[in-house]
Design a protein around this ligand. Structure first.
Ligand code: PHB
Length: 387
């Protein structure tokens, strides 16, 4: 006799079937919007490597979901940013966007994320507004606000007893906001910024500005540059003979991911940042080894920030078992998590910006070595954020 399924077994089968939610079957779509060309190209690659490293360490899944990547090269071009982010939001229909490096591009992304409700994790760009006036439930940052490393370096410069500083940077949000943070701390510590020099992003014609520094002879120069631009600036500063006469300081981006190319010109430079290469903790050592094995490269701060973007997403997804439609629970879990970052414990402010220690670093050989702490648990003031 053929066994006919009873109503009960049918119901059980149906329940079992419906218990596997659709979201657990589909891949999670992650949109990477990063610079893969231009002065920040290496930074974009390091962030992607870091993100992938964490995903790989989890067996290719976050919150039980396999990951499908969608990629856009944003070229660090704010004029193309809205179109670029909409490729991920509207065309690819991604669940989460991870990006980017450049503050101007990130502000356009934050606006689009806020309007569309898409989850955005910023793995570098420090634009103060992203966790200030533009802050939102669905926007998180695993890096820093521009104010933070500027402020920390200002504390160190004042402690060193420098009185008269000049600043030099690209004239865009990251440059001007970092200089503002530096100035706030340096002047609070008794110093005075006597002149701010700028050039348009991403120009590297520094000669006229270096001549001005040589003429004014301040006690210290504070610089924000990064990537290819930082390589050229540090070399030009040395070649102009200034390294011997006017100490050069910077937020740590000046010497991060750049030491191979900067060679002798970077030796001895003092910076401040939320990461140092030789933080001697099991977590950092394990991360550095794992990164070096997978990519045949040494990691830098950008790789750490990308890795932590994946950790943050993973922590949120675990709390909702991969179901990104449970937005409130997802964002709540992300905001409350404390990540075991290679940099140290990483917690988030109410505005979703890292609260973190800023290290004093000195360039020795090919490493930004940790020589002290500039400020412990530094939180961005999040001016203008209402959540
Ligand atoms: C930025 O534009 O926010 C930015 C870019 C490169 C860095 C840091 C900040 O290294």
């Amino acid at each position: 006799m053929r066994l006919l399924p009873t109503a009960l077994t049918l119901a059980t089968a149906l329940a079992a079937f419906t218990a596997i939610p659709a979201h657990a079957q589909a891949k999670l779509k992650v949109g990477l919007m990063l610079p893969y060309t231009g002065t920040f190209a290496a930074l974009g690659t390091a962030i992607e490597n870091g993100f992938r490293l964490y995903v790989n360490e989890q067996g290719g899944k976050l919150g039980g979901r396999e990951i499908e990547f969608f990629k856009v090269d944003d070229e660090s071009d704010p004029a193309k940013a809205t179109d670029n982010v909409n490729k991920l939001i509207k065309r690819d229909n991604v669940d989460v966007i991870v990006g980017t490096v450049h503050s101007g591009v990130a502000m356009a992304m934050a606006k689009a994320a806020k309007e569309s409700g898409t989850l955005l994790i910023v793995p570098n760009a420090g634009a103060d507004a992203v966790t200030g006036p533009m802050c939102a439930k669905n926007i998180f940052r695993t890096s820093f606000s521009n104010w933070q490393p500027g402020y920390a370096t200002g504390v160190v410069a004042a402690q060193k007893g420098y009185k008269k500083a000049m600043t030099i940077t690209w004239n865009y949000a990251a440059g001007t906001e970092t200089v503002k943070g530096f100035t706030e701390a340096f002047e609070k510590g008794g110093g005075k910024v006597v002149k701010d020099l700028t050039l348009p992003f991403p120009n590297v014609e520094f000669q006229a500005l270096l001549t001005e520094i040589a003429a004014q002879k301040p006690d210290v120069v504070f610089a924000f540059f990064a990537g290819g631009g930082a390589v050229k600036f540090v070399k030009d500063y040395d070649a102009a003979g200034l390294k011997k006469t006017v100490p050069l300081m910077g937020s740590g981006f000046l010497t991060d991911g750049t030491l191979e190319a900067q060679g002798a010109s970077a030796q001895g430079l003092i910076t401040s940042l939320h990461y140092a290469d030789n933080i001697d903790t099991p977590r950092n050592n394990e991360f550095r080894l794992s990164y070096a094995k997978q990519f045949k490269l040494q990691p830098d701060v950008y790789a750490v920030q990308g890795y932590d973007a994946a950790q943050l997403l993973g922590a949120g997804l675990n709390a909702v078992k991969g179901d990104v439609s449970q937005k409130d629970q997802l964002y709540y879990a992300m905001g409350k998590t404390v990540l075991p970052s290679p940099r140290g414990k990483l917690a988030f402010s109410a505005a979703h910006n890292p609260v973190q220690d800023f290290y004093i670093r000195e360039v020795k050989g090919k490493e930004n070595t940790n020589v002290g702490v500039a400020v412990k648990a530094l939180a961005d003031p999040a001016r203008g954020c209402k959540l």
